[in-house]
Ligand binder design. Structure first.
Ligand SMILES: NC(=O)c1ccc[n+]([C@@H]2O[C@H](COP(=O)([O-])OP(=O)(O)OC[C@H]3O[C@@H](n4cnc5c(N)ncnc54)[C@H](OP(=O)(O)O)[C@@H]3O)[C@@H](O)[C@H]2O)c1
Length: 257
């Protein structure tokens, strides 16, 4: 049986990934903080698809979160890792709560990299495995008012591209999925609901994002940006100076609905 571990599987893009893998009869390991939400998702997958599930309640914003998750699995082989759990934040860095920002970086950067490093050696030894790291269109440019968040997602893209090169010929692949604005709890949790960027009319569905990510993962693509508009958004900064791009992203993020 093929096993997939999905972090941030209790809602949004992670939950949509779980549904896709369940349709293909994978054993699904679901990780996030909220145990009752994880149980709800697991029960739904069992009922609809008859798949085996395992839930792992864990806080990946803690420095030992990734290790606790790994230890909890007690050597269970993981064929596919979906490194999806992540949060955003909004505001001027000098006004932000230091602890919340550090926890976000622990989750979006440190734990993502730690999980990769815990599971990758097993995959390389077996000569097979797939990893998907969730970045963002903000992986491609700096975002004032989301400074730590956009920097964390730039890390995800850079890490993925570098490791993908190292893995050539090993049978293991790593993919960065870089979505644009998506209709999940993300904007509400990041306190960005009134911003133009979170306008419900312009959001892609999490199901569509996950399907595009799934297809790219299975083909072993290194980077995928869902949707033509988002792809243009990710590539356009290459045509302009970084100073100009930073000015534009700031004005977009400041715009209210
Ligand atoms: N939505 C967008 O517009 C958008 C755009 C680009 C990239 N992304 C990226 O997509 C990924 C998924 O986000 P989403 O849009 O699906 O948002 P979401 O619906 O809020 O999902 C976030 C998931 O991460 C989990 N999570 C949050 N904090 C955690 C922690 N400390 N430890 C473990 N799990 C934690 C949440 O579960 P619990 O609360 O139960 O822990 C939830 O399952 C993130 O990496 C995000 O940066 C989103």
């Amino acid at each position: 049986m093929t096993t997939v571990l999905i972090t941030g599987a209790s809602s949004g893009i992670g939950e949509a990934f779980a549904e896709l893998f369940a349709k293909q009869n994978y054993k699904i390991i679901l990780a996030a903080r909220n145990e009752s939400k994880l149980n709800t998702v697991a029960n739904k997958l069992q009922r609809k698809h008859g798949v085996q599930t395992l839930i792992c309640p864990v806080n990946l914003a803690q420095s030992d979160g990734a290790q606790l998750l790994y230890d909890h699995l007690q050597g269970e082989p993981v064929d596919i890792l979906i490194n999806n759990a992540g949060i955003g934040s909004f505001g001027f860095l000098h006004e932000m709560d230091t602890q919340s920002e550090q926890e976000m970086l622990q989750l979006n950067v440190q734990s993502l990299s730690h999980l990769l490093m815990l599971f990758l050696p097993h995959m390389v030894r077996r000569g097979s495995g797939r990893i998907l790291n969730v970045g963002s269109t903000t992986s491609f440019y700096p975002c004032p008012l989301s400074a730590n968040y956009s920097a964390s997602k730039a890390f995800v893209l850079s890490l993925t591209e570098a490791v993908a090169s190292e893995l050539q010929g090993t049978g293991v692949t790593v993919t960065a999925l870089c979505p644009g604005a998506t209709g999940t709890a993300f904007f509400r949790n990041a306190k960005m609901e009134g911003q133009k960027v979170s306008d419900p009319k312009s959001l892609m569905s999490p199901d569509k994002v996950a399907q595009i990510g799934y297809n790219a993962l299975m083909r072993g693509k290194v980077v995928v940006v869902p949707g033509m508009q988002n792809w243009l958004l990710s590539q356009a900064p290459r045509l302009f100076s970084r100073k100009f791009v930073t000015r534009i992203t700031r004005s977009v993020l400041e715009r209210k609905r």
